[in-house]
Design a protein around this ligand. Sequence first.
Ligand code: MN
Length: 297
Amino acid sequence: MLEMKPKTPAKKLHRIQRNTVSHWVGNGFPVRTLFSYSSLGSTISPFLLFDYAGPKEFPPTEKRLGVGEHPHRGFETVTIVYSGEVEHRDSSGGGGKIGPGDVQWMTAASGLVHDEFHSQNFARHGGIFEVVQLWVNLPAKDKMSPPRYQNILNDQIPFMILPNGQGSIRVIAGKYDDLIGPAMTFTPIHVWDLLLKNKKPFNLVVPDDRTALLAVLKGSVQINSSNTIRAAEVGVFDGTGDHISIESSKNATALLLCGEPINEPIAGSGPFVMNTQSEINQAIADYQSDKMGHVTS
Ligand code: MN
């Protein structure tokens, strides 16, 4: 039997990140922070942080569950909903609602204040809540650009069935094969939402010489016929190599994150990620003197 020989070797799995400890963000988001720049620094650049909320069942309630107004500056928050519904309002007077399959790509950049809650409709009915929030860094030159929102609905995200019944892929950002993701990004980034069906191992083509991370949400994924990344774990790959060999459990879900590293210093504190400590001090001062505004109801 003939085997297709890839041009370069498979990317090597460098390490597996996990965090079994969860914490509450406000009273609506039971979150495991699967990776963060505070421990991994620039090795995961341009990505900064990955919060996995749920999956958790919430009983019906009339309460507003979530997190009240708080600022961000210097990066982007990308919220991907798997189950449930999230509502937000911000200091520019904007707001919106995203449900299963939808993505909110928020560029905080120079700064804004927002809140994030379960939608009233979801809270009233209750159900399983499962949401990812990814933080993406901005290059220094774009950190003080104006904030913007991209509300990307499920039906705007192109998807394709992978060959041989392996599953399917949705391209949120960047490209895969002929699919082009709708998210506008400041640096080259790929975000692929994968549903893997486990027929047999296959090679997922992933660009060479870039940061590459595979966050497994459900099921498990065996890499290069050796290590296994389990649910709520993230595989961090070496840059070299143009594919990852994947063998999954049945109906595994995973996010493949790939991007060109931003080779600039990172200084962060809470909701602010800048390049220097003095810029952090400035962000705190600007927030405290109301320069980032308030959510108005
Ligand atoms: Mn926020």
